[in-house]
Every structure is written in C-alpha cells, then in structure tokens.
Write a protein that binds this ligand. Structure first.
Ligand code: PLP
Length: 343
C-alpha cells in the first residue's frame, strides 16, 4: 500500500492525452496538429544551433531572445512574457502560483479536460460553468472565493468563442487559454497589460506546426510574471525549443498563410458535415465538434479508426461527440468519403 503518496494523487485518474500512434499510415485528425510543416526558417535555425556549442551548455533560463522577439511582434513588454514547455506547462505554473490546497478552480463545461487534472494535483476543488445555447458564459453561477477561472477561447472541444465584452469583466482571476487564437477572428493578448488579474496563454503546437518541439508562452502583467518565474523549473525550455520557437514566431507571414489554408478547409467542410446529419457549431479553431442524431460518437470513432482515420472521441457528463482536426483537403476528402458510407 503506497500510503505515503498524497491522497489526492492516489484518488485521481490522470490526464489521458489523445492517441499518438507511431505508425504513420493513419490520417491523424485527433490532437489538433497542423497538417503543414513548420516554417523553413525553423529548420535552418535548428541546423545552425546543432552545429554550435548550444547542446553542451544550459539554455537561457529566462529565454530573453524569445521574449524580445515575441515582445516586438505582439506589442507587449518582454517582462510580461513567461516561457513554457508547451502551453500546458504555462497552465501548470499558473495553477501552482495561484491555487492553494483546497482552493477553487473554475472552467466551462465542456472544455479542456486538463484543468480538472491540474486541480486534482493541486488538491483543489473544481466548479464548472455551463455554456448557454449561444456560447455565452454568464458568471452568475460562480461560487465565492474562486482562485482562478480557465476559459479556452476558442474553446475545445466546441471551437466556439465567448461574446466580446464577457471576459473583460470576469469577476475572478482569469486565464484565457488562447491555444487556438490564431485561427480565430479576435484575441485578448493585450488584455493582461490593462487588467492584472488576467493571464493569456499561447501554444506553438497548432498554428506554428511545432507540437513536437513543446513550446508555449503566457502574457501577464510584469509584476505577476515575476512571480510565475519563481515557480517554473529553471530550465523548462531546452536550447532547441527556444531556437525553434524564436524562428517560428519571427515568421508570422508563413504562419498566417497556413492558418488561412486551414480556415478555408474548415469553411468548406463544415456545411458538408452538416449535410451528413452532424450538428456542428461554427468553429473558430483548427477543429470541428461533431455530434450525430442517429449514430453514437463512440461507434463512429471506432469505425473510422478501423479505416485508419483517427479522430478524438470525447465524453463529458452532459454530452459526447467527435472532435475532428482540420487536416489537408485530401485528408478531409478521405474522412468525408468514409463518413458517407457510415451514416
Ligand atoms: C485548450 C488547449 N489548451 C492548451 C493545449 C496544450 O497545448 P500545448 O501543446 O501548447 O501544451 C491544448 C492542446 O490540445 C488545448 O486544446
């Protein structure tokens, strides 16, 4: 009996990431990766880094080169930027900084399942806030004494965004998880500079095609960012991820071109999925959330997997569905062909 393990760790399930099959013959539409390669500038920068002294030495624990480049591009002070080993790492650092044992974490329902895991590790309690039918998130049902609310915007798995005006007036400390913001029409990256209780997190895994590198960042007011740096591992971002991330964000034009292709594919396939009988909310992310009146999501997931197409089956207390990443046009044609046979 491992009774020396903290009771909340013994009790918790552990976060289950999407399947990552190592065979490459799947059409992989389950973890919101970008179907296009990263900027050629990333590969050049990595090759240069490999030929130098970089691997022998520790990386810059404060990631100044990335922060200065990002600051210029996003018009925020470098002191406001936290570097992270993927935006999941930023979410972990924020939770450890803001939430005490027995504290309270809020998030919408349905949304990113990791928030619940972070709460369980911290020994905190969870409270979920339901979306209204039109995707709004009224804060009236929030309990007292909330330490932080996480809102993915666009949301996963639905791809929807909350109406403008709502998050600016949120009554608790707030993390706006903008992992998918580059695919959306709007974002809140500047808000933390005006509101010290707001933090925005960003990922390089999706719009910059760097899920394999593990890099993300957060923007908070400089004073709060100083506290976040005390909590992060000293060398949470390795030398190569810092080089790759800096080169990737410096090439905004390349990122925008890929995002435009993905948005065009999203636009094209959404009505086709609806035509097959799926309910699909308008998505502002690089995936769509699909539910079918006649067929169970689990059955469809299994049928597609047997045909070497991997989508994400997701089950929540009140709903279940398929979250389907937008791939290349050819990937989506394969998917639609199989779905036409199945539904
Ligand atoms: C809403 C949301 N936030 C954060 C992440 C984590 O991204 P990263 O790869 O940067 O850790 C994901 C990944 O799927 C996500 O869906």
């Amino acid at each position: 009996m491992l009774d020396f393990v903290r009771p909340n760790i013994l009790r918790m399930q552990g976060y289950e990431p999407g399947e990552q099959p190592q065979q490459s013959d799947y059409v992989k539409l389950n973890t919101n990766e970008n179907p296009y390669p990263p900027s050629p500038r990333v590969l050049e920068a990595l090759q240069q880094a490999l030929s130098g002294e970089r691997l022998r030495k520790y990386p810059d624990p404060l990631g100044w080169q990335f922060r200065e480049t990002a600051a210029r591009i996003f018009q925020v002070p470098p002191e406001a930027i936290l570097i992270a080993n993927g935006s999941d790492d930023a979410l972990t650092i924020i939770t450890r900084t803001l939430v005490p044992e027995n504290g309270v974490i809020c998030y919408p329902n349905p949304s990113y399942l990791l928030y619940e895991t972070l709460a369980a590790i911290q020994g905190a309690r969870c409270h979920s806030v339901p979306f209204t039918a039109d995707g709004d998130l009224p804060p009236e049902s929030l309990p007292r004494g909330v330490h932080v609310t996480y809102v993915p915007n666009p949301n996963s798995p639905t791809g929807t965004v909350v109406p403008r005006g709502r998050l600016e007036r949120w009554p608790t400390p707030l993390v706006i998880d903008e992992a998918y913001a580059d695919f959306a029409e709007d974002n809140y990256l500047q808000l933390p500079l005006h509101q010290e209780r707001v933090i925005v997190t960003r990922s390089l895994s999706k719009s910059y095609s760097l899920a394999g590198i593990r890099f993300g960042f957060a923007v908070a007011c400089p004073e709060l960012t100083r506290h976040l740096y005390k909590v992060k591992d000293s060398y949470n971002c390795d030398a190569l991820s810092l080089v790759a991330a800096t080169a990737a964000i410096a090439d905004q034009e390349y990122m925008r071109q890929n995002v435009a292709r993905i948005r065009a594919t999203r636009q094209r396939i959404t009505p086709l999925l609806r035509h097959l009988g799926f309910t699909v909310p308008d998505s502002q992310a690089n995936f769509v959330w699909c539910r079918h009146a006649q067929h169970s999501a689990r059955w469809l997931y299994e049928q597609l997997k047997a045909r070497r197409i991997l989508v994400r089956y997701m089950r929540y207390p009140q709903t279940e569905g398929l979250r389907i990443t937008i791939g290349t046009d050819a990937d989506m044609e394969r998917l639609l062909d199989e779905l036409r046979r199945l539904v």
